[in-house]
Write a protein that binds this ligand. Structure first.
Ligand code: G3P
Ligand code: MG
Length: 264
């Protein structure tokens, strides 16, 4: 597999799919990313009660589905009742994605594979405790193994805000590149010890608090820097000029072309 975040690349990740155009983290958003020519898609995963790995950003169903509360006790059969598309309105007020399912990681990987996109799998908070975390790691590991067998040339990257969970994933899949996500200055100040311990290839920091000096520091040590979330061409170009190696964007239809050689 090619390395996704090498020093000379500029990688554009479709953040939660083409999430400005379709409901985030749904198969529709991933298909749309593929249709827009995205090279990479980013998605968030967590685990439900029967061990099925699902694609969702929050730790509750409230914001992005027609259901409420936690999903940690659901089974795969329960997912049939979850509508992850009706909340999304187009600028003219239509809801064309009503009935869109809350996808399993297996289904999302299938869409990405068919579209020839790389996949950044972000492990979410896994708030249901140690046993659930184990099920999440087991599930992601098995699914990525099958994905690699089916599409051996398509790259995959793992990322997580929690270095301990990422470390556990690293031990299971040492050959899969991984990136440590950071949210604020605190973790960035200790980023080096974590990325060394985990064997990460990149740090993925938040856009709003990122300073040029930090990018240069991380890059000088040979690590990639992939910034989230960047939705304007102007900011993407500025970050590229700082030496940033990639961005996550909701607007892959506008910024995706930067990832095909136009980043610098
Ligand atoms: O992986 C980049 C970005 O997705 C991290 O933040 O909250 O959008 O998952 P979040
Ligand atoms: Mg994410």
């Amino acid at each position: 597999c090619s390395q996704p975040v090498g020093p000379d690349d500029f990688t554009v990740f479709a953040h939660r799919g083409a999430s400005a155009l379709a409901p985030e983290n749904t198969l529709a958003a991933f298909r749309r990313a593929g249709a827009e020519g995205a090279a990479w898609v980013e998605l968030d995963v967590d685990v439900i009660g029967d061990g099925t790995v699902v694609v969702i950003h929050d730790s509750s169903l409230d914001r992005t589905t027609n259901c409420h509360g936690s999903y940690y006790d659901l089974t795969a059969a329960d997912l049939a009742d979850v509508d992850a598309g009706s909340w999304f309105t187009t600028p003219d007020g239509a809801r064309p994605y009503t009935g869109e399912s809350l996808p399993t990681l297996q289904a999302a990987l299938e869409v990405a594979g068919e579209a020839g996109m790389g996949v950044n799998v972000e492990l979410k908070s896994c708030e249901a405790g140690a046993a659930a975390c184990r099920r999440l790691v087991d599930g992601v590991d098995a699914l990525l193994e099958a994905h690699a067998e089916r599409w051996p040339s398509l790259p995959v990257m793992l990322s997580c805000f929690n270095p301990l969970l990422l470390d556990r994933m690293a031990k299971r899949r040492p050959g899969t590149p991984r990136a440590l996500l950071t949210k604020d200055g605190l973790l960035l100040d200790t980023w080096r010890s974590y990325v060394e311990e985990i064997g990460a290839v990149a740090v993925n920091p938040a856009n709003l608090t990122l300073e040029r000096g930090r990018v240069e520091e991380i890059r000088s040590l040979g690590y990639g820097v992939n910034v989230w979330t960047v939705n304007t061409l102007e900011r993407a170009r500025e970050l590229s000029s700082w030496g940033v190696t990639g961005i996550f964007t909701d607007r892959v239809h506008e910024l995706g072309a930067l990832g095909r050689g136009g980043g610098r």
